[in-house]
Write a protein that binds this ligand. Structure first.
Ligand code: NOJ
Length: 556
């Protein structure tokens, strides 16, 4: 799988459908309750048959799991709970044989406090080369008892933690934009740059097809780490943009010395579409997760505005847009779309526990899948999207593990509810996640998931899973889908209607009333049942349809 393109003269990633695996919760191969590489390897045929082009694997590295694996203690090895490096190598080879690309998660903003370099920094003196790889500073105030600056952690509380010096005295403070167990690397330090170049080479040598880069825009901090000046208590990453570019230019050069075409997928928190796209350059970061649609409430005009702004901002930088409905950090979209307020702001606090109409959410999730799979660019699916899983909001507090929950004092319920182990088969938990009698690390699978398991849905033509399979198969086989142009067609209020080259049309009804479809439509796929009426075929509310389109006017 090292060839340059997708068979259409374009790099493979420009229009790819990538499936996010959160290894801990995907499939448990040794029945110890934790998902692992053995489980993932055994499910590669499932993923290949689903019709995705590749996998993005959330961190599988050695980690104390203070932040679900985004606290890496060894970037060159697999956590023993997940398996071994040899298994990871086998997995990459097997995935390639099955036609699946592999994108690994790179976490360069911070490591784990158990990383040997951070432990060495704690053991060394202030001002030492070991401390210079991180952001250590003396505290403010007469005894240094106040944090060196006002930055706040994304997980709540100050972004600075004070250390005890090796002689037992209260000492310097170090920076962590996330949990205290995740010290931020100092990207001005040449040793840090060299180390990550070596880590990149390590995984390129093992044949990975790309990198998903965690917290892409926070890496390089503004000189002097100045107070936030009101920027939500955080540094404004925009100020350090050129520094960020320099890092990714170096990585790009390094990667280009390998044969084949490898993807750099950025996780960007920027919400302004133009600023977002200025991070993307053909010789640096290729493409980034676009969370704008994920934030938008279920409403046609807002969706259209997001789609138009996304396309307009991406066009000048030559990057393909991406579409994301859920990931391991967000409330699952079946739940979001089942609420009266279906918008999302990455905060669970304001909406947690509000009533959810799961049937409505599921109907909309099906329509949203057809919409996003039809839009120009790439798509990212999160494990369980294809099963129509909802967020598990009823987790007992004592089972919650997410540092977001812990560090906000329970105000934000955290992200555990979207990380519940997947249901594969059977009538009772653990639903085939592990063997019968094994207990998943987060033992809260709802009983209703017996109907949502892979086995229960397979072969059932009306199921969520079969809709995903059919849609991904059509998407892959249709030359007009994935990367490329689209053209809006006039549509009534509440309806989105657009075409893609090669005679493809997508109509989505986000309104309240059924919408009349064009006369004698040739239907490729529908997310729900269409209704007959004397005027013609109707597309019910919260439903999407793919049609064969005859008029092939030029696409914008
Ligand atoms: C973004 C990741 O998606 C999230 O899970 C993690 O907590 C933060 N970055 C910090 O690494």
């Amino acid at each position: 799988m090292s060839e340059q393109d997708s068979g259409q003269g374009q790099p493979w990633w420009r229009g790819a459908a990538l499936y996010q695996v959160y290894p801990r919760s995907f499939a448990d191969g040794n029945d110890d309750g934790t998902g692992d590489l053995a489980g993932l390897r055994s499910r590669l045929p499932y993923l290949a048959a689903l019709g995705v082009d590749g996998l993005w694997i959330s961190p599988w590295y050695v980690s104390p799991l203070a932040d679900g694996g985004y606290d890496v203690a060894d970037y060159r090895d697999i956590d023993p709970a997940f398996g071994t490096l040899a298994e990871a190598e086998q997995l990459i080879a097997e995935a390639h044989r099955a036609g699946l690309r592999i994108i690994v998660d790179l976490v360069p903003n911070h490591c784990s406090d158990q990383h040997p370099w951070f432990r060495a920094a704690l053991a060394a003196a202030p001002g030492s080369p070991e401390r210079a790889r991180f952001h250590f500073r003396p505290g403010r105030g007469p005894g240094g008892e106040l944090p060196p600056g006002d930055w706040q952690s994304h997980f709540g509380g100050p972004a600075w933690t004070r250390v005890v010096e090796p002689d037992g005295s209260p000492g310097e403070w170090y920076l962590h934009l996330f949990a205290p167990e995740q010290p931020d690397w100092n990207w001005d330090n040449p040793e840090v740059r060299a180390e990550f170049a070596s880590v990149l080479r390590f995984w390129l040598d093992r044949g990975v097809d790309g990198f998903r880069i965690d917290v892409t825009d926070h890496l390089v901090k503004e000189d002097g780490l100045p107070d936030s000046a009101g920027h939500h208590g955080r540094p404004d990453p925009w100020r350090d943009q050129e520094g960020v570019h320099a890092v990714y230019r170096d990585w790009r050069r390094l990667t280009d010395s390998y044969p084949g075409d490898r993807a750099f997928v950025a996780e960007l928190w920027e919400t302004d579409p133009e600023r977002f796209c200025r991070y993307l350059r053909p010789d640096e970061l290729h493409t980034a997760f676009n969370f704008a649609l994920l934030r938008a409430p279920w409403e046609a005009a807002g969706f259209r505005q997001v789609i138009d702004a996304t396309l307009a901002a991406h066009a000048p930088v030559g990057a393909p847009p991406t579409w994301v409905l859920s990931n391991h950090d967000t409330t699952r979209h079946v739940t979001r779309y089942g609420r009266a307020d279906s918008g999302y702001g990455f905060d669970r606090a304001s909406r947690h526990g509000l009533p959810v109409d799961l049937e409505l959410g599921t109907r909309r999730a099906r329509a949203a899948a057809l919409l996003t799979f039809a839009l120009p660019g790439g798509v990212y699916l999160y494990q369980g999207d294809e099963l129509g899983l909802e967020e598990v909001e009823s987790i007992p507090d004592e089972l919650r593990e997410d540092p977001v929950w812990l560090r906000t004092g329970g105000v934000d319920r955290g992200r555990d509810g979207c990380r519940v182990p997947l249901p594969w088969s059977g009538q009772e938990p653990p639903f085939g996640f592990g063997g019968e009698g094994s207990v998943p690390w987060l033992d809260v699978q709802p009983k209703t998931w017996r109907e949502l398991s892979v086995a229960a849905q397979s072969g059932n033509p009306g199921s969520h899973l079969e809709l995903y399979r059919a849609a991904l198969r059509l998407r892959r086989g249709h030359p007009g889908l994935g990367d490329g142009p689209m053209r809006w067609l006039p549509s009534p209020e509440g309806v989105l209607d657009f075409t893609r080259p090669g005679g493809f049309r997508c109509v989505v009804n986000l309104g309240q009333e059924p919408a009349l479809l064009p006369p004698r439509p040739e239907i490729l796929l529908a997310s729900g049942e269409l209704q007959e009426s004397p005027e013609g075929l109707l597309l019910p509310a919260d439903t999407a349809v793919w049609l064969r389109h005859r008029d092939d006017a030029p696409q914008g």
